[in-house]
Write a new protein. Sequence first.
Length: 145
Amino acid sequence: MRVLVLNGPNLGRLGRRQPEIYGTTTHAELAALCVGWGEPLGLAVDVRQTNHEGVLLDWLNEAADEATPVVLNAAAWTHYSYALLDACAQLSAPLVEVHISDPTQRPEVFRHTSVVTAHAAEVVAGHGIDGYRLALESLARLTRP
Ligand code: DQA
């Protein structure tokens, strides 16, 4: 089964961006890991990253049209984008929300809100890059016939 792993703003700089919070794995390495984790689960994983909100909305609309399961780390948009909320609300296949850090445990109060969670089958947060493996395992379980 084909699944999308969608990463939002600033995640393209993984490995260099605040490594004390987000670790040293680059986005290219993360993408390769996700493809590898998907294989034994029977998932063909397509990993994408954008800094442009409309692009993410287009990808979510594509997932809605094609009933494609999604792993989503919407990064900062998670906390305030109602357009993102609406895009997630229309999905019919399962959506798993993932965060590298655990936003609910961070000091900035704005991170404690997620517009995605209400439409997510599961949330994986605070497990670092390995959270994407856990999220893919969740998707595999949730989409099993
Ligand atoms: C993040 C957490 C968000 O609060 C932050 O804006 C990010 C990354 C995470 O993966 O921990 O950019 O989604």
